[in-house]
Design a protein around this ligand. Sequence first.
Ligand code: IMP
Ligand code: MG
Length: 431
Amino acid sequence: MNSLQRLITCPTWTIAVTGAQWGDEGKGKIVDFLSGYAEILVRAGGGANAGHTLVVDGTKHVIHLLPSGIIRPGTMNLLGPGVVCDLAVLASELTLATRYGAQVMLDPSALVVHPLHKILDNVREKQAGDNAIGTTKRGIGPAYEDLASRRGLRLGDLTSRKSIIDAFQQGGYWQEKQSLLRTLTPEGIPSLTEIVDWAAGFSDQITPHLGDTRAKIAHALASNKRILCEGAQGIMLDLIHGQPPYTTSTGSTAAAIMATTGINRFDAVIGVTKGYATRVGAGPFPTNLSDRSGQELRERGHEFGTTTGRARSCGWLDLPALRYACRIGGITHLIVTKLDILANFPGGIKVCVDYGPNALIDEYTTLTTRLLTTAQPVYQEFDAWNEKDLIAHKLGTGIQTFIKLIERITEHPVSAFTHGAERRALRFLGR
Ligand code: IMP
Ligand code: MG
């Protein structure tokens, strides 16, 4: 057993799972596995821009908002105050949780993403033309602007029609939003009554789940429970540490999870990375492959957005970026996913180990937009392994070399890897 496996079987722990790339690393699968050991699961940030795909006994679930624990009977799943909530998505995931016999508690402070946020997100992206960020158009940026401006509708307001109206009218909020949208778009926008009706329509399903999630976490910490926090997006998309403007609107580091949950230490912060790299939306992506290999990765790995259906850009694993994500994101252990996708890969596999002469970096350099835009990857090449090397009693030497290279450059242990979508296709490494 390695140190992470030993930790998981301890009677008490706090663990965070974060994305160590640009999102879509396969965090859902890791959280799904760990949820078998956790008592409390927490989703800390982001919104329905995320999409976690889980395959259990051949059935596929895509979960956007609630922790992936909602398909484990008996788990307690918290949606924290830092999440922005798409009410229709939330309602359907509450139904799924009930079907699986999982409990859910929603923080009354969590902000509601309403139709005007989505209109604004869409309008801005359209107006930006070639300079668009490539958002998921789920209203995430505009919703977090409201959070920072201390206005907007929160889940706790859904308890009465009056409190919904009050939230929209506070400090001229509705008027301001309306006049902004009128100047930006000729298309009609919903009236206040329509928006209030829309929000009130979710009250009956959502309000019974409202509860003090931070108190729940504090109690769980005091009584030594096993707490699992599920990160959304990836550290390279972090609002501060990503490459602006090509980021999401929240933090995705371990520290960002701590900030909204009140947890102040993790026994482990698992960084999840694919054995290659993908990015969806615009922004610099040094190892991007626009050739046949990129297409091959996309087809083999089904690299199409779970939330938007967009084709993801695909490229080789970028170790300087992963090293940066490990450091800035507070990662302690790595798990590498989708190694089956690289099995028998035509022409072999490459891994970026450094950026060339245009972007000189050392292990502490901040990866800015400018730096990643000029980076020319320096590659190390590998022969592709066979599918059976991944499950053989003795791990194939090709994979061993690949994993050792990741460990050497990131200076972080690789605790496990995955070799398929199913729950059981996860292999821990003996170290
Ligand atoms: P937003 O979060 O919808 O505003 O999108 C901002 C950027 O983050 C875009 O590049 C999106 O493609 C990316 N993004 C947001 N959420 C995810 C995710 O869960 N997986 C992958 N990319 C994401
Ligand atoms: Mg995803």
